[in-house]
Design a protein around this ligand. Structure first.
Ligand code: ATP
Ligand code: MG
Length: 347
């Protein structure tokens, strides 16, 4: 049996270049390799509501945006099933049964949850739905029997928790669920792309993003005002490239062809980094090059996105079709789960 792949994104905003290098690019490569049995891509609207419940309109609007981002990046609905989480009610039912297998202390110990609670300033008033989201994410993964989950580094604790739930379930009720494995980007710079402000993670909630849909002018403006090495004041000063988002972005995006086209002073990034580190390379030059690299990478995505945005009803038709298909698969798993738990009373 081949791999079953599941990934998803929260429709809390448009997708950004962190999503692209962290997960989206890998999904498109996997999809085009043909080396899988099934591939599901979930727009996690129900999960987005756990911390945006007072603003469902925001989530609704961003479903369209995320779907456009997928298609623009090359996700092909004839190969990958794109679906809406809330449409697949079976996921909620699975969540309910998995909730019995997890303690409150374990949820509170989840490092990503801990971090996000702090970031969202919930204080003592943590919504139960939010705290529960690692369990609901386990339902999402297991409903499709996904064994491969391509994600950014921040999601590792989620996958670990999912594996624990699967093991508990299988131990208690018999082999039913499949243990998932996270697949991280191979390029270290892509594990957790920092924000343009130098914060550890580019994130929709932090407003430090370059979006796939940004215009050429917006990209340029954002790149030119990026945080760099604060101690690199004079061009002649030695600079730091490892904590410097401009160089991290270059490691994620630049190839030797970009140097030939836009900055033939260097043959590759290592040479450019060495120059910055010993001093004599100014931030403006780095940013101009980064801008060229990003413009070249994002232009075709943006153009395709603009084309697709002319027919939004077609995007929603695609989502409807994918959601129906996903629901069938999840329903079959739910039946197996209920059989395993012997709560299939009327069968
Ligand atoms: P939010 O702030 O609403 O949580 P987000 O920007 O973190 O949004 P998600 O929808 O939570 O985005 O994440 C979707 C996927 O993208 C996950 O696999 C996550 O690991 C990955 N991802 C998100 N941000 C980055 C980043 N900066 N670098 C690498 N991968 C990322
Ligand atoms: Mg997130």
């Amino acid at each position: 049996m081949g791999n079953i792949i599941l990934t998803g994104d929260r429709p809390t905003g448009k997708l950004h270049i962190g999503h692209y290098v962290g997960s989206l690019k890998r999904r498109v490569e996997l999809q085009n390799s043909g080396d899988f049995e099934k591939m599901f891509i979930m727009v996690a609207d129900a999960q987005a509501l756990t911390d945006n419940f007072s603003n469902p309109a925001k989530v609704r609007e961003n479903i369209t945006e995320v779907a456009l981002d997928y298609l623009a990046c090359g996700i092909d609905p004839s190969k990958a099933t794109i679906f809406l989480q809330s449409y697949v009610a079976e996921l909620t039912e699975l969540t309910f049964y998995y909730m019995n297998l997890v303690t409150l202390a374990r949820l509170e110990r989840n490092p990503t949850v801990k971090n996000e609670i702090k970031q969202k300033a919930f204080g003592e008033s943590i919504p139960v739905g939010f705290l529960n989201y690692p369990i609901s994410q386990t339902a999402d993964i297991t409903a499709f029997k996904a064994n491969v989950v391509p994600v950014g580094e921040d999601q590792l604790p989620m996958i670990e928790q999912a594996r624990e739930i699967v093991r508990s379930f299988n131990n208690l009720y018999g082999e039913t669920l499949v243990e998932p494995k996270a697949v991280l980007p191979e390029n270290k710079s892509c594990l957790r792309l920092p924000g343009t402000d130098g914060m550890a993670k580019m994130s929709k909630s932090l407003g430090n993003c370059i979006y796939l849909a940004d215009s050429a002018d917006e990209i340029k403006r954002k790149v030119m005002s990026m945080y760099t090495d604060p101690n690199h004041i004079q061009v002649s000063d030695p600079g730091n490239t490892s904590n410097n988002p401009t160089f991290i972005y270059l490691s994620a995006f630049a190839n030797d062809g970009h140097f030939q086209r836009y900055l033939p002073d260097y043959t590759n990034l290592d040479e450019m980094k060495a120059h910055y580190e010993r001093g004599g390379l100014g931030d403006m030059k780095v940013k101009r090059f980064l801008n060229n690299v990003l413009q070249e990478t994002l232009e075709p995505i943006r153009t395709r996105r603009e084309e697709l945005a002319k027919d939004i009803p077609a995007v929603w038709d695609m989502l409807r079709e994918g959601s129906h298909k996903a629901k069938e698969t999840a329903a079959a798993t739910l039946t197996e789960v209920k059989n395993a738990m012997k709560i299939n009373y009327f069968d």
